[in-house]
Design a protein around this ligand. Structure first.
Ligand code: F6R
Length: 608
């Protein structure tokens, strides 16, 4: 939820910290702060608001001398966004300074104990407890104090810590919040995510739970919670640095929408070999695939919507019953996991706290878990029994587009593989579907190139109060995602409804001019959908429909029609979602919203 960065070396630390934070701002952006040490004094500057406020205050870091430092960009959990609650946080004599990403669940208890011992708190954060607790245990050996504090803390944390009497050492710790470290040409760096370090190094070490790193200009030493040295492997990051830059687009979201054809291609092409679908990472023999009795899909937000679509695809193609759950519900409902269940956790970041907890819950109950993950080396990727990566590349905009698209492709591939192995899809059927899959990138591109028409339409709805999205079957799943895109970035209230459900309540909200977006891509349901569209239209709704190019019938019941090219009936989501993403995007742009960083949201939801 927050982003942390740290540097120790020969260069001035502040500009490096600010630059790293800029790359992590997607993780939190209500306040930011840095602390830099020049061997004499620890300089600290914190500011509410976007990072640029802090940059201006510090003259891009020039006012803060020192070659070691830590920085933080915050998404408030404990205590409102404010200068005081912003990180870093000091201990009482300002000799220890800490930045933290995560949540200390027992912080109230710890705060009470520390207060009884005379510690005074200036902020409302859970993080300040860590600074004072370190102070309490510190007797000159940072490693010893850190491990003692780790034993006392419950919850999740990635920490960057400086001790002023160890001026050449930067400490970093992790439990259930992401952390990477690496060497630059003249020092060492820590960060919550790869984009923050890419400019300095492509060789990074992913820190695992309950591991500690001591970084100096020349070295990185790794320890476990028992203070024993451990060995770590380096991972080389292949990404193009430009992948984490805007590259001429007005927003990351627009750029990432335009990267969808590539995300689709990169996700399916390595898995199609000689006309067969080969998913080695699945780690399942044909016999095991045949014995799958049920699939459970667990995810949050847009990834959950992918699961909703996937349900229709697995059930329709492979005739495997599917249950889809929100991770935040699944983890607390004592789910029944029967033998023969394959459990899928879908996650872009691989760090979503609820999805990670659901994964652990499922594994404890004996399920075999397949992670469908975008971020390589993330917690879900590591903890799942098997991991199938979506190759969407780094996604920066808070609202997901290309990762969602790549997640859908992963689901199609699995469903096609399962259906083929189980004898429900013959070679010819498979070949036809592969052909349709191969056409998707160009079809998506064509829809994206139609953006001006959607922008013009969006401009008419900048003042809309409510927008409804309706559909049946897969189209209901598309509607859910279209509606989420709209509301999360434009702040226009919108709701997605299974079209047949409207008359059980929601239709009472329809009045003259209410915009209803109808998605109808499933031929078998055209007639039913058209009846629902007529129902809302006769009550004054303006109906915009998204349908297949051959369904001119839809015009009869619509005021505005967007056509998508013909594809396999299970793949329509990948096309129909494009105009809906563009629609949400242009309404948000027209309303002057901060598209890439919508209020109150963060990209990686590492807290419950
Ligand atoms: C919406 C969005 C979120 C995420 C959700 C899960 O645009 O991005 O709803 O889909 O927070 O995140 P991951 O996929 O990282 O687990």
């Amino acid at each position: 939820m927050c982003g942390i960065v740290g540097y120790v070396g020969e260069s001035q630390a502040a500009p490096i910290l600010l630059e790293g934070l800029a790359k992590l701002e997607y993780r939190g952006y209500d306040s930011a702060g840095i602390a830099v040490y020049d061997g004499v004094q620890v300089y600290m500057k914190k500011a509410m608001g976007r990072l640029k406020v802090l940059s201006e205050l510090t003259h891009d870091g020039e006012l803060m001398p020192g070659t070691i430092g830590i920085g933080h960009t915050r998404w408030a959990t404990h205590g409102a966004p404010s200068d005081t609650n912003a990180h870093p946080h000091f201990n009482k004599d300002e000799s220890i300074v800490v930045v933290h990403n995560g949540i200390i669940e027992n912080y109230l208890k710890l705060k009470k104990r520390l207060t009884e011992k005379g510690y005074e708190f200036v902020s409302e954060t859970d993080t300040e407890v860590i600074a004072h607790l370190l102070d309490y245990y510190y007797k000159g050996d940072p490693l010893e104090a850190i491990t003692k504090v780790m034993h006392r803390m419950e919850g999740s944390y990635a920490l960057g810590i400086l001790f002023s009497d160890h001026p050449a050492e930067l400490y970093a710790v992790r439990k259930d919040s992401p952390l990477i470290v690496g060497h630059t040409k003249d020092g060492s760096i820590i960060a919550s995510d790869v984009p923050a370090v890419l400019r300095y190094t492509r060789d990074v070490v992913f820190i695992q739970n309950e591991e500690i790193v001591r970084l100096t200009k020349e070295n990185m030493e790794f320890y476990n919670i028992d203070e024993e040295p451990i060995k770590k492997e380096t991972t080389h990051i292949e990404w193009d640095v430009n992948a984490a830059e805007k590259g001429g687009y007005e927003h990351f979201m627009l750029k990432e929408m335009y990267e969808q054809p590539k995300a689709i291609l990169d996700t399916f092409s390595p898995r199609i070999k000689d006309g067969q679908i080969v998913i080695e990472e699945l780690g399942m023999s044909d016999e095991e695939i045949k014995s799958i009795k049920k699939i459970m899909i667990v995810a949050c937000g847009s990834a959950y919507h992918v699961g909703m679509t996937a349900k229709y695809v697995y059930e329709g193609l492979a005739r495997i019953p599917v249950e889809v759950d929100l991770a935040s519900e699944f983890r607390y409902r004592d789910p029944i996991i029967e033998e023969g269940t394959l459990l899928l956790i879908i996650s872009q970041s691989g760090e979503t706290a609820d999805s990670l907890a659901a994964l652990r819950e499922a594994q404890e109950k004996g399920a075999r878990v397949l992670g469908i993950v975008n971020v390589v080396g993330s917690s879900i990727a590591r903890e799942a029994d098997n991991v199938m990566y979506t190759w969407a590349g780094p996604e920066i905009a808070v609202a997901t587009t290309k990762a969602y698209t790549a997640q859908l492709i992963a689901q199609y591939l699995l469903a096609m593989k399962f259906a083929h192995v189980r004898g429900l899809l013959d070679d010819m059927g498979l070949a036809g579907m592969i052909e349709d899959l191969k056409k998707l990138p160009a079809q998506v591109e064509m829809l994206l190139n139609n953006k001006n028409r959607i922008q013009r339409f969006a401009n008419r709805y900048l003042g809309a109060k409510d927008i409804f999205f309706i559909g049946r079957g897969i189209d209901h799943a598309i509607s859910l995602e279209g509606s989420l895109k709209m509301k999360e970035i434009s702040y226009v209230h919108s709701e997605a409804y299974a079209a047949g459900e409207m008359k059980h309540g929601t239709i009472s909200l329809i009045e003259e001019g209410t915009l209803v977006t109808a998605v109808l891509t499933q031929e078998a349901l055209y007639k039913k959908m058209i009846s629902n569209m007529v129902e809302v239209r006769t009550r004054g709704a303006f109906v915009m429909s998204v349908t297949n190019v051959d369904n001119t019938e839809a015009e009869r019941a619509s005021d505005y029609v967007i056509y998508i090219p013909k594809t396999n009936k299970y793949f329509t989501n990948s096309l129909a979602i494009i105009p809906l993403q563009l629609f949400g995007y242009y309404v948000a742009v027209g309303r002057g919203c901060d598209v890439d960083k919508p209020r109150n949201l963060a990209k990686s939801v590492t807290v419950e």
